[in-house]
Structures are given as C-alpha cells and as structure tokens.
Design a protein around this ligand. Structure first.
Ligand code: URA
Length: 169
C-alpha cells in the first residue's frame, strides 16, 4: 500500500472512538526515503487543526533542538503512535493504541527507516521490527517544562545527531 492510500484510511478511520472529537486525522509527514522516523504520542490541538504532526509548542521546541544539532526536520518522517487527538489531551487508552498501531507498522514497512526515535513513554509501544535501531528519548513537551529533562533531552538529541552522521556516510 502507498502512503497516500494509507493517509486516506487514516483520515477516514473509525476503528476507535477518537475520530469523534477530532477535526483531522494526522498521518504524519516526511520523505518517503527518510532514514530516521520520529514517533510521538498523538496530535494535540494545533496538529488537529492543521493535520500536521508536531507543529504546536512541543513541536516547535523539538524542531529547534533538532536544528541546533544540525538535524533538519524535513529530512525526517515525523508521526505519532495514535493518529487522532484525544479528549483533553489525555494519554490514549490501550485499545486506541492497539487500533492505531497497524497504521504505524505499515508506515514503517513503506519507509523502512534505519532509526526510529521514540518520543516519550507512549511511543514505546511502537512495534520493534528486525533490522531497525530504536532510540528512546524524553518527550519534547516534558523536556520543555522541566529543566532537568530539558538538559537530558538536549543531550539525547546531540547523541542522535552523532548516530545519524554515521548512517549518512
Ligand atoms: N505531541 C505528540 O506526541 N505529537 C504531536 O504531534 C504533538 C504533540
């Protein structure tokens, strides 16, 4: 299946309850041949409004820290484990994650990234596929709020940049 077809399925998805409170499904964005995929939890208000991942406050912070480390956001495929916003931004329930994960698995199978960066605890539910390196980092919205986490997050992204440099050579 192509990413376009997959996006259409995501836009029209009714497999769990979350579509009812959402303006847009947010499939994710980035090049088809991205070597690195970022996976967050699920869209927030600005993502729901625009249909694009990580464009709100946490997303802007993430984009800035990536850029500080020489990583261009547009080189990455950025998505979430759950493709619709949740009420009051609550953590998605297990059944919502289970319903949505097959979309992520299909995205991984199409893009075939070398590295998948898991942003925060919920993203750790991402299926672990053979031949892909998984790197767990703090979620940018937690990093934005708490000084200690912010410093750690910056270190983690600096490490990621070093790792990416080795796959690009
Ligand atoms: N937080 C997430 O986990 N994903 C987004 O797309 C935005 C905020």
């Amino acid at each position: 299946m192509s990413l376009e077809e997959l996006n259409y399925q995501i836009y029209g998805c009714r497999k769990c309850r979350l579509w009812q409170g959402a303006k847009h499904g947010v499939p994710g964005e980035g090049p088809l041949n991205a070597k690195v995929m970022l996976v967050g939890q699920n869209p927030g208000a600005e993502e729901d409004e625009t249909g694009r991942p990580f464009v709100g406050r946490a997303g802007k912070f993430l984009t800035k820290v990536l850029a500080e480390n020489g990583i261009k956001r547009e080189d990455l495929f950025i998505t979430n484990i759950v493709k619709h916003i949740s009420p009051q931004n609550r953590k998605p329930f297990d059944d919502e994650i289970a319903a949505c994960v097959p979309y992520l698995t299909m995205q991984i199978n199409v893009i075939k990234p070398k590295i998948i960066v898991l942003l925060g605890a919920t993203a750790k539910e991402t299926p672990r596929l053979e031949g892909i390196e998984y790197i767990e980092v703090i979620h940018p919205s937690a990093a934005m709020r708490f000084g200690k986490m912010r410093a750690k997050f910056r270190e983690q992204i600096a490490e990621l940049a070093k790792r990416i440099a080795t796959i690009n050579t």
